[in-house]
Design a binder for this molecule. Sequence first.
Ligand SMILES: NC(=O)c1ccc[n+]([C@@H]2O[C@H](COP(=O)([O-])OP(=O)(O)OC[C@H]3O[C@@H](n4cnc5c(N)ncnc54)[C@H](OP(=O)(O)O)[C@@H]3O)[C@@H](O)[C@H]2O)c1
Length: 224
Amino acid sequence: MTGLTGPHITLKLATSLDGRIALANGQSQWITGEEARSAVHRLRSEHDVVLTGIGTVLADDPQLTVRLAGYEGDQPGRVVLDTRLRTPETARLFDEGGPLLFMCGADVPAHIRATLEVRGAAVEIINRYDGPHISLKAAIRRIRELDGQGIMIEAGARLAASAVKLDLIDRIEWFRAPKLLGGDGLPVMAALGLERLDQAPIFERTRISECGADLHETYIRKRA
Ligand SMILES: NC(=O)c1ccc[n+]([C@@H]2O[C@H](COP(=O)([O-])OP(=O)(O)OC[C@H]3O[C@@H](n4cnc5c(N)ncnc54)[C@H](OP(=O)(O)O)[C@@H]3O)[C@@H](O)[C@H]2O)c1
């Protein structure tokens, strides 16, 4: 159970003890163990949509499907924010899984969009930009229109930070492995640009459990 009803956004994070998601050379699979990965599959099954960024697609080539023994429920939709549509046609996202939607900028040529469409994906243009990227807020609005009420973000530091900056995250599911990757590892979150501690978003921990050798913590956003 997600514990949240109605439209909500979950941020899933899998890190080392010191909040790193990859080594400096990009190696990231696998920081957490098998039990944590199964728990992530269960979380996917509880959401309508898994949302990621092109950075994760290029680094990890994920499928973002529910792969659990005996699972016969729906597969979540997959949405990729990919401003310039850099996803290769060979990405494993095309192999199997729920509906696949790429969101890109208005200036991506139609023939590039067509290469992903012939692979079975939908491509939608998002007209609004946040700096160099398409607007996350506009993307979420569109996902909601398509009936994606429960959204889980499984992405790298950049999309995670965009979502936190917009205060979109209602819940964090954090899997923490008992490993230290050090300050040269990639941090879980890109810059938030905070200038005072009282600007930091606060979350309340509502659950903590062991997940194999890892720790699984659930946090709910505390809004005033
Ligand atoms: N441990 C975990 O839980 C976990 C999960 C996933 C990924 N990762 C790791 O994260 C790393 C990749 O990190 P990343 O930051 O490059 O990937 P990301 O957050 O998945 O994707 C970032 C990219 O998404 C695109 N994007 C489009 N609209 C955006 C918006 N409004 N805000 C932010 N991004 C937007 C941007 O590229 P364009 O502007 O070109 O579209 C941006 O560079 C890899 O090492 C991967 O292994 C870890």
